[in-house]
Design a protein around this ligand. Structure first.
Ligand SMILES: [Fe+2]
Length: 223
């Protein structure tokens, strides 16, 4: 059976960027509730012994099990979200991620602008992602419990866009929340590790920049 979710830091470790209360409620009242419901719904079914990622993929394909899918996907999404942040985080990445961001977006500043805009433009609850798709980085959003895990993408960074993720700290100001995530919370360590794994599995050289950043078209953000 799947291992219970765990936070990679203490609840107060992200303060002042993210309050202890936000993390306590978020972890105990949302992710843990999803986990408990996932365990209850999968008990006695063919999904009971599957690892979390396999469970998400298997139930997504089966409309009869979409309630289980939604809860399992939320457990997985939150796990990546916790690991997309760290105490005293924030700022530009280094290593492979830095190279690919410049190659894809022209500059880190342009990436942050597009990332913030995508989070603000997303309607309703959901998730903001940086994913590896078809040999390059993409910014995407998903609605509700939607997850890149079932789309063949490799999720590198996750930001929870449900109001429970930011309302205590930022009220309805989602753009301020995403900005705080980028400037004070983001951790690139797991993303760089994931890119290194992809690199080991296939040729993942950084493509040369073809056009200047100002010439790049604005990306459409998919749901
Ligand atoms: Fe959440």
């Amino acid at each position: 059976m799947n291992i219970e979710p765990r936070m990679p830091y203490n609840f107060a470790d992200l303060e002042p960027a993210m309050s202890r209360d936000t993390l306590v409620f978020h972890f105990l009242r949302h992710q843990r509730v999803c986990y408990d419901r996932m365990v209850a719904l999968s008990r006695g079914t063919e999904f009971e012994t599957l690892a979390l990622e396999e469970l998400v993929r298997a139930t997504e394909r089966n409309p009869a099990h979409h309630t289980l899918y939604r809860h399992a996907a939320e457990v997985w999404n939150h796990d990546l979200f916790w690991h997309s942040m760290r105490p005293r985080g924030g700022g530009a990445p280094s290593g492979l991620m830095a190279q690919h961001i410049v190659s894809r977006f022209g500059s880190y500043e342009r990436f942050t602008r597009e990332f913030r805009d995508a989070g603000s433009a997303h309607f309703g609850s959901g998730w903001l992602w940086l994913v590896w798709r078809a040999g390059t980085l993409e910014i995407v959003t998903t609605s509700n419990a939607g997850t890149p895990l079932v789309r063949g993408d490799t999720a590198l960074l996750a930001v929870d866009l449900w109001e429970h993720a930011y309302y205590l700290d930022h009220q309805n100001r989602r753009a301020a929340y995403v900005n705080t995530f980028l400037e004070e919370l983001v951790s690139w360590e797991d993303a760089n590790r994931a890119l290194a794994s992809l690199s080991a599995a296939r040729d993942l050289r950084v493509p040369p920049r073809v056009r200047a950043a100002a010439e790049l078209p604005l990306r459409r953000h998919r749901q």
